[in-house]
Design a protein around this ligand. Structure first.
Ligand SMILES: Cc1ncc(COP(=O)(O)O)c(C=O)c1O
Length: 401
């Protein structure tokens, strides 16, 4: 029986993405979601690396329920309490000094790019160019599309805002060669998420940091996907031993609540009143939710769980490689991981996983990405591997039939 919601979606929505997982989810709890038929799925997509504490975590539900009874919104002409508390929390738990709240990762990055451009005008003779990486993903606004290292996303929207030079990721020489008098900042993900879970060499970001220091460039780390514990440290930059000048956050910091942050060190916090703004950014409901999520993450040492379970999961997934020879690589850090195949079977595998009650992301035609909650248990990791194993067996059997 066709799903009515899916038919209605096809009728009413602009055709932007195409929902590849043909499941209509109705509720979630912890690492699980349930569809409209009541079928349960272990959810290793998590809203695309958003559900850092799983679905509907009691700490988050409690915080937004309390806040919803007090105040949802106030204009940013007024002071509100949760946004100041969250800003203080972010500053005291990171190397960044100042915060601007927005509603999505793209918006936070847009703000970061504006901040760096102003810095270029004031402190670098009008330098305005950014070096970003191929395979990167920074968002879907026009400027963050220009920053994103997927030229196929650019073609429909040319001419795009100028000033973005794309270089291969994990290649310090390429950055050096692309740097000119006009360069103001280098913008990178500590680990590329949408690009297929690309973990750079351990010293890559250190080399980039040193190059920025030698040339007076800003290092912008887009931690929309890697921040808030995903890589096994609270912030991704800690995993690589560097400090960014500007860091952007979204996804996991809200655990499901739309909230994002642009954070900057004092030396480049050059915005003055009127330079930037937003109606909803920093609203009390979202910031109360994010404060609850981040506080819980730290108080319960959840990043350490992500590091431990990530290691465990990669080990188990590598064991699967012995049984399913079309697995060529398991890569990742913390609980941001990918399984690479030697052929374009990821959609087949995803569909078999759905049959098994397991949601996983086809990050490329030949790779799966796993982004479970950061507080998953060993039993949930085992369940994921068992379900994937069964799905892979079915795909393997079909391929040889
Ligand atoms: C690294 C990174 N930056 C930015 C974004 C865009 O975030 P949003 O979809 O919240 O605008 C994403 C989304 O996947 C991301 O992974």
């Amino acid at each position: 029986m066709p799903d009515t919601w899916q038919e209605l979606e096809a009728k009413y929505f602009l055709r932007t993405g195409g929902r590849r997982l043909k499941v209509t989810v109705e509720r979630g709890q912890g690492a699980y979601v349930w569809d409209t038929e009541g079928k349960r799925y272990l959810d290793f997509v998590g809203g695309w690396a958003v559900t850092s504490l799983g679905h509907c975590h009691p700490a988050l539900v409690e915080a937004i329920t309390q806040q919803a009874q007090k105040l949802f919104i106030a204009s940013n002409d007024l002071y509100t309490i949760p946004q100041v508390q969250l800003a203080e929390w972010l500053v005291t738990h990171s190397v960044l000094d100042r915060v601007f709240f927005s509603n999505s990762g793209a918006e936070a990055n847009e703000g970061a790019i504006k901040l760096a451009k102003k810095y270029g005008k004031l402190k670098k003779n009008g330098a305005f160019e950014f070096i970003t990486a191929l395979q990167s993903f920074h968002g879907r606004t026009l400027t963050t599309t220009a920053a994103t290292g997927h030229p196929e996303y650019h073609v429909t929207y040319t001419p795009l805002p100028p000033g973005f030079k794309l270089v291969p990721y994990n290649d310090i020489e390429a950055i050096k060669q692309a740097t000119t008098e006009q360069t103001v900042a280098i913008m990178l993900e500590p680990v590329q998420g949408e690009g297929g879970v690309n973990v750079p060499a351990p010293d890559y970001l250190k080399q980039v940091r040193a190059w920025c220091d030698q040339n007076g460039l800003l290092l912008i780390l887009d931690e929309v996907q890697t921040g808030a514990g995903r890589l096994g440290t609270l912030w991704g930059y800690e995993s690589f031993g560097v400090e960014p000048d500007i860091m952007t956050l979204a996804k996991g910091m809200g655990g499901g609540i739309p909230v994002a942050a642009l954070t900057a060190k004092e030396h480049c916090a050059v915005f003055t009143p009127g330079d930037h703004g937003t109606t909803y950014g920093g609203n009390p409901l979202a910031t109360a939710g994010a404060l609850a999520v981040l506080s819980y993450l730290v108080e319960h040492d959840i990043p350490a769980n992500a590091a431990r379970l990530g290691e465990y999961l990669r080990g188990k997934l590598r064991d699967l490689g012995a049984k399913h020879p079309f697995i060529t690589e398991v890569r990742g850090m913390g609980l941001l991981n990918a399984v690479q195949f030697d052929r374009d079977i990821s959609m087949d595998v995803v569909n078999r996983c759905i049959e098994e009650g397991f949601l996983v992301n086809p990050v490329s035609p030949s790779a799966l990405r796993l982004m479970p909650p950061l507080n998953i248990t060993t039993a949930e990791a085992d369940e994921a591997v068992d379900k994937l194993d069964r799905a892979l067996s079915k795909v393997g059997a079909a391929a040889t039939a």
